[in-house]
Design a binder for this molecule. Structure first.
Ligand code: NFS
Ligand code: SF4
Length: 661
């Protein structure tokens, strides 16, 4: 039973405990709660109180006359807007933190990456010559905030896309004006009695999603890098075995790095460590879940113990003394669950409370003090621990592939460039590239589709970049370590062995999907792979999506020219017109298309066919794995190994051991 629920042995172990002890989890609730068959197809509208209207019969319309096409498109548009709002509000939070840091209102935060600050200043038209860092940071933050409230014109970051892409957006009238404006636009046009054309609703969805991808999320990534440093490769660890038997286990969960970074500072405070010892603990062990974990994993090597569907199971170990959550993807079920265990659950964001759960409001201006106060609450809870069941599973991974680092890894410090990547695709050593991202979903076997899709892609010489819960999934199965090169096809394996990278690169949290946009833009302008993102032989994948944020991400990938596959039934399937529009019409207009494919095998097949179609359109040689695997690089590695000489490996030279190991 439990094996069908997850491919993660740690999760299966803990589910057995749940079964024995009668603890209900997301997996049980998914079995008990059948999805509403009407809502699941996009056939239900509750946009006014004459409804809800359920369109179940051929030709039926809502009380106001709305057709199935309008209703499906409106529902989709609202999902996009909610996702874009969540990401963008997170980005706004980062911009406000940078502003507070620059003006001295948040004295615990500093600009850690001055080079990145200057780069972003360049994008936003902020003068840097002869100015103090704080002064530049203040104007960068102010300029970033203008992007949210911009009313007319277009958001500045669109200029980071290939020229041809920008032209497409402008000609179609989908260049976003301001980030907030586009979210409001969707909420307005989907109100009863407004936009009734599915076509216009779906085009507006593209614009709003672009405001997320090239706006709120991209700013979020940039400003997070400025404040906390651009990631560089680190060795880190994944899965539940990273919880400690004899130390205070603090788990951070959610999305924003602002609090977790302060918790990281506090964890090294001798006073806090002494305090933990005074309570009988050997020390403090910090780990993470979901995207907060990805943020601290990428920059500091903090271990991740799981993704979206493991959050309850972390508590079931009985070893978590405190779980601190901020925003997004936090299951309400954690509240009642922690009542059965000793775990202290703390909410910290004014935007995310859970009834009955202790709330400590986190404020940037007093960040470190609040972090320390929260910490002490966790330590105080250590003596209350009862029985613990910590699964042994631990996997190693290498994280920290910012787009800047990918440039450097491939081209070297003085000639950092994606040229080698483009060359590899052009020669056919790499068949193409894929971004595999997104959530877990309790309606499908936990982590199975992520693992399947990624293994198939790398076996077929497709270089994979990942973020979010998908990246955590694959980390747990060893796919993010350089040794995973052995699962790759011959061409990709050669590249991994030569450059010293894993075949699957971890690019960060879900807002960091914008790093994929940046890499794709650079590939398109580097030369040899056309002149636009839609020319690059690549695909986007969300194998286990569940959130509205995933819909926004998928839609901005489509609007940027990428064929994007969600492995599930379509949430708009009751409207063949909307389904067709998202695939055929979007492809004709923006070069990218969105398809929901329930069969995971078929989804990979379609992805590879698409990559080959793009290769053919560029006049590139047909992909032939037999041509590689015997080249000079591989032979040289073998010779060195046989002679017992140390093979130069990026990791031996540059990897900084993770904080925890
Ligand atoms: Ni992305 Fe990260 Fe995970 Fe999905 Fe949730 S944690 S922002 S939304 S579930 S990948
Ligand atoms: Fe029904 Fe129209 Fe109201 Fe939707 S907006 S609930 S279709 S009457």
């Amino acid at each position: 039973m439990t094996e069908q629920r997850s491919i993660d042995p740690a999760v299966c172990d803990l589910l057995e405990i749940c079964e024995e002890d009668g603890i209900s989890t997301v997996f049980d609730r998914a079995d008990a709660m059948k999805a509403c068959p009407i809502g699941a197809k996009g056939a239900c509208c509750r946009n006014c109180s004459m409804g809800p209207c359920r369109l179940t019969k051929e030709g039926q319309v809502g009380i106001c006359g709305a057709t199935i096409d309008t209703i499906a498109a409106r529902n989709f548009a609202r999902m996009t807007a909610a996702g874009a709002a969540a990401h963008s509000d997170h980005g706004r939070g980062m911009a406000l933190t940078l502003l507070a840091a620059a003006t001295g209102d948040a004295p615990d935060y500093h600009v850690r990456d001055v080079r990145k600050l200057h780069e972003v200043a360049g994008f936003l038209g902020v003068e840097t010559d002869g100015r103090e860092t704080a002064d530049i940071a203040k104007e960068v933050a102010e300029k970033a905030l203008i992007e949210f409230g911009r009313q007319t014109g277009e958001i500045v970051y669109l200029q980071r896309a290939p020229r041809k892409r920008q032209q497409i957006w402008r000609e179609l009238g989908i260049a976003p004006r301001g980030i907030d404006r586009e979210v409001v636009d969707i909420m307005h046009r989907t109100h009863v009695g407004n936009d009734q054309s599915y076509e216009s609703l779906l085009m507006a969805s593209l614009r709003t999603a672009l405001a997320d991808g090239w706006g709120g999320s991209m700013l979020s990534t940039d400003i997070t890098d400025i404040l906390f440093g651009s990631p560089v490769p680190l060795v880190a660890k994944a899965n539940m075995g990273n919880l400690s038997e004899d130390q205070v286990n603090i788990v951070i969960h959610g999305h924003e790095p602002t609090l977790s970074e302060m918790i990281l500072v506090a964890v090294n405070d001798p006073e806090i460590i002494e305090y933990a010892k005074s309570k009988g603990a050997k020390g403090i062990n910090l780990t993470g879940i979901c995207c907060t974990a990805n943020e601290t994993l990428m920059r500091q090597g903090v271990a991740t113990i799981g993704n979206f569907l493991s959050q309850e199971l972390a508590i079931v170990t009985g070893a978590v003394d405190m779980m601190v959550v901020d925003i997004q993807c936090i299951m309400q079920a954690l509240g009642p669950l922690t009542e059965k265990f000793h775990t202290l659950l703390i909410t910290t964001s004014p935007k995310a409370h859970i009834d009955g759960v202790t709330h400590v409001n986190f404020e940037e201006h007093d960040a470190l003090e609040i972090a320390k106060r929260i910490f002490k609450m966790g330590i105080d809870n250590f003596p209350n621990r009862r029985e613990v069941h910590i699964p042994k599973d631990v996997n190693q991974l290498v994280v920290g592939f910012s787009h800047e680092y990918i440039n450097y890894a491939l081209g070297g410090f003085y000639r950092g460039s994606l040229r080698p990547l483009n060359d590899a695709v052009m020669q056919g050593r790499l068949r193409g590239v894929a971004g595999v991202v997104g959530c877990n979903n309790a309606r499908s076997c936990h982590d199975y589709a992520h693992d399947y899709v990624v293994r198939e892609l790398i076996k077929n010489d497709v270089l994979v970049v990942m973020t979010g819960c998908g990246a955590i999934a694959c980390a747990k199965y060893g796919l993010l370590s350089p040794e995973a090169a052995k699962y790759a096809g011959p061409g990709l394996r050669e590249i991994c062995e030569t450059v010293g990278i894993p075949p699957v690169l971890h690019l960060g949290s879900c807002v960091d999907n914008t790093r994929i946009l940046t890499v794709l833009s650079q590939m398109a302008t580097e030369g040899g792979l056309g002149e636009d993102i839609s020319d690059v032989p690549g695909v986007g994948f969300a194998p286990e999506w569940m959130s509205e944020k995933a819909i926004s991400i998928g839609t901005y990938f489509v609007a940027s020219g990428v064929y994007t596959i969600f492995v599930s039934e379509s949430p708009v399937r009751n409207s063949p017109a909307v389904v067709r529009f998202q695939s055929e019409v979007w492809e004709k207009r923006v070069g990218g298309k969105l398809e929901f494919i329930a069969d995971v095998k078929e989804s990979v097949q379609k992805a590879l066919e698409h990559i080959d179609k793009k290769r053919a359109a560029l006049g590139l040689p047909e992909y032939d794995p037999k041509r590689y695997g015997q080249s000079g690089d591989a032979v040289m590695l073998k010779v060195l190994e046989e002679r017992g000489e140390e093979v130069f490996n990026l990791y031996s030279a540059k990897v900084v051991q993770s904080a925890g190991s």
